[in-house]
Design a protein around this ligand. Structure first.
Ligand code: SF4
Length: 686
């Protein structure tokens, strides 16, 4: 870039990509961002940025940006004024509510947008529409974390901080490809190894992190519980567990013990495909260093047993006495930049902001008074997969999608598109047209990440500032303003006029975990909740010294269950999905960043050398991958990192999107889909 230092303005903000929440300087010249650098003195990244954070900002200047409201017309969409579009949204919603009731409306908030936007959307749904049918994309990733860790510890969030990753002495990384999905966190894990820590990787693929590990347990897809129960069997049988911690701080040990006794190492090994000796080795190593830090991501949660997988991770760490200490704990890294925040803000069907239950009479009274309404819905609403099915079966008439591209991100694209096309009235609010907006009746153009003042919450529960550095194009407006204007047309009179007013005067006042956080306190580094008072320093480590949020830690014994669809004669391969370093979600942003597209412009299907040889497939050759839901034509990537019998793809690219193949089956409690396992066949294209 060209520019002299005195022509530059530097704006501190938070990365718009993954849940690490890196702090960055936007270098702005003439109102345009020209460079991004890391904030050296800032947590959590201390100057580091990955390729997405450093180079993935030019999407905001894309010609594709939505610049004006659009209303469906016979031959596509026509431009409209804000008044016309918002009047239409409000009047159609009012008519649908009058005819079918408030629960015929459902909405999904954005896990990429600022906290203040999610707060406004859930408030619109609860006050003006009168339903709890509000969800966010945590449903497709970490809902099992929220529910599972809440059950085990009393709070469904990452227990520790990213700084602990670099300082831990023993690390168990299970179902997490941190070097690609959360790259700066991945560098910390490698730093820990360089300083002498032992890293144990549990993953069906030989991911890059495994190259740094003392052990790589290359388990079968979906066998985590068998593996962990086997490890806990060894810990208890060899008397290696922390008896004093278990007795002092936890409940349910006897039932856990009875369950894991059903998983001797030989049996566990038979299920998960590693040796019994490996399972013993993992158990003994974990018990040899205290505390050990456990980190996981979607390899744990995106299964029909996702919540049980999370419970199993929590069981292991409590058994080892590792929860409540620096460099220990259970650490799920969130995928999208503000998926933690979307949950924190109550964009969930059962919770008000700050994790207060919608069916708790005290919370009801508090929010009714604060929001100046006579009543609020007190029955939990439905979750995202139920919303989509509700569209198809006619129970949901109006659907409001804010900043999500469900037509690519949900399992079984054909089914999802059928659901979206069944909506009586579909509202999309976004920065760009995408595969989902094709189905919209109204498209509302929103200001993007660098065009807003607000906050994100990262995986480590850190609330950090997001700041305006450039102007929104056309007449696009902040999301919180759009929700407020719809609410006004539906009879609500909301006062707050900025991100700061929303946070300082409403969110922090109504939500005990954030009570002590005000904008004035997070000008530099953010604060990690819970922050109960304005003098509280924040909470880098939760459940300190065994004092769990929920009182005592709860062991919940769980059995291994296989994926719902396993290979058979017709579909002989196990299909698994994930993320790649250079792209993010469905590429609505990174797909519009020239440099990132040059680094990775096409999806591949990763297969093992043995399978490639058997099928006569060369590296780089196009193949067809089919499941019972659909098929994709995709380049083969032949690699030593894959186990025989497995195929792996990401969902970033539309044509070769993993979600043409994935199976729409769900964790029964949290409704998170089994993105990580289904059965496919692989065909050479002749
Ligand atoms: Fe952004 Fe995540 Fe990369 Fe940090 S690690 S720069 S938060 S994408």
């Amino acid at each position: 870039f060209k520019g002299r230092a005195w022509e530059m303005k530097k704006v501190r903000t938070t990365c718009p990509y993954c849940g690490v929440g890196c702090q960055m300087w936007l270098h702005v010249k003439g109102g345009r961002i020209v460079k991004v650098t890391g904030v050296e003195e800032g947590a959590p990244n201390h100057g580091r940025l990955c390729v997405k954070g450093r180079f993935g900002y030019d999407f905001i200047y894309s010609e594709d940006r939505l610049k004006t409201p659009l209303i469906k017309s016979n031959d596509g969409f026509r431009e409209a004024s804000w008044d016309e579009a918002l009047d239409l949204v409000a009047s159609r919603l009012k008519k649908i509510i009058a005819k079918h009731g408030p629960d015929s409306v459902a909405g999904v908030s954005s896990a990429r947008s600022i906290n203040e936007d999610s707060y406004q959307m859930q408030k619109l749904f609860r006050t003006a529409i009168g339903t709890n049918n509000i969800d966010n994309c945590a449903r497709v990733c970490h809902a099992p974390t929220v529910a599972g860790l809440a059950k085990s510890f009393g709070s469904g969030a990452m227990t520790n901080s990213f700084d602990d990753f670099a300082n831990a002495k023993m690390i168990l990384a299970i179902g997490t490809n941190a070097t690609e999905a959360h790259p700066v966190a991945g560098t910390y894990l490698k730093n820990a190894v360089a300083k002498g820590a032992e890293l144990i990787v549990v993953d069906p693929r030989r991911i890059e992190l495994a190259d740094h590990a003392v052990l790589h347990a290359q388990i079968k897809v979906g066998s985590d519980i068998a593996f962990l129960n086997g490890v806990m069997n060894v810990l208890i049988n060899e008397n290696l567990h922390d008896k004093q911690y278990v007795a002092s701080y936890t409940d349910g040990f006897e039932s856990l013990k009875a369950k894991v006794m059903e998983y001797p190492p030989e049996k566990a090994a038979g299920i998960c495909g590693v040796s019994a000796e490996m399972i013993r080795d993992v158990a003994r190593r974990l018990a040899s260093v205290k505390p050990a830090l456990l980190v996981y991501t979607l390899g744990i949660t995106e299964h029909t047993c996702g919540m049980n997988n999370v419970l199993s991770c929590a069981n292991l760490q409590m058994l080892l006495g590792n929860v409540g200490f620096a460099c220990g704990g259970v650490n799920p890294i969130r995928g999208q930049n503000n998926v933690q925040g979307a949950c924190d803000m109550g964009a969930l069907p059962n919770l008000f902001p700050g994790y207060q239950r919608v069916d708790d009479p005290k919370a009801q009274e508090k929010f009714k008074a604060a929001w100046n309404v006579a009543s609020l819905p007190d029955r939990p609403g439905i979750m995202l997969p139920q919303m989509l099915d509700g569209l198809a079966d006619g129970k949901i008439k109006a659907f409001y999608i804010f900043g999500e591209n469900l037509a690519n991100s949900e399992p079984d694209i054909k089914h999802v598109e059928h659901c979206l096309s069944s909506a009586e009235f579909l509202i999309c609010q976004d920065n760009f047209p995408n595969e989902t907006t094709r189905f919209a009746d109204v498209i509302l153009p929103a200001a993007a990440w660098s065009e807003n003042d607000g906050t994100f919450a990262s995986s480590e529960r850190r609330i950090s500032r997001v700041r305006t550095a450039s102007e929104a194009p056309g007449i696009s407006r902040p999301n919180w303003w759009i929700f407020k204007e719809i609410a006004r047309r539906m009879g609500q009179d909301w006062k707050s006029e900025s991100g700061q007013e929303l946070w300082d005067d409403e969110i922090s006042v109504l939500s005990p975990p954030f009570a002590g956080i005000k904008y004035s306190r997070i000008e530099g580094d953010g604060l990690q909740w819970p922050v109960p008072t304005e003098t509280h320093p924040g909470t880098p480590v939760m459940h300190k010294d065994g004092k769990f949020t929920g009182g005592r830690g709860q062991f919940v014994a769980v059995d291994w269950t296989p994926p719902k669809e396993v290979p058979d004669a017709e579909y002989p391969f196990t299909f698994c999905t994930g993320r790649r370093l250079y792209h993010y979600h469905t590429r609505t942003q990174t797909g519009r960043c020239q440099g990132l597209n040059e680094l990775l412009g096409e999806e591949t299907a990763d297969i093992s050398r043995l399978d490639a040889a058997e099928l006569g497939i060369e590296d780089g050759e196009y193949i067809r991958v089919r499941s019972r839901r659909g098929e994709v034509k995709v380049k083969a990537r032949v690699t030593d990192r894959m186990q025989k019998g497995n195929v792996w793809m990401a969902f970033h690219f539309r044509e070769a999107c993993a979600n043409w193949l994935t199976n729409p089956v769900f964790d029964p409690v949290t409704q998170t889909a089994e993105y990580k396992a289904c059965a496919v066949k692989v065909e050479k294209i002749v």
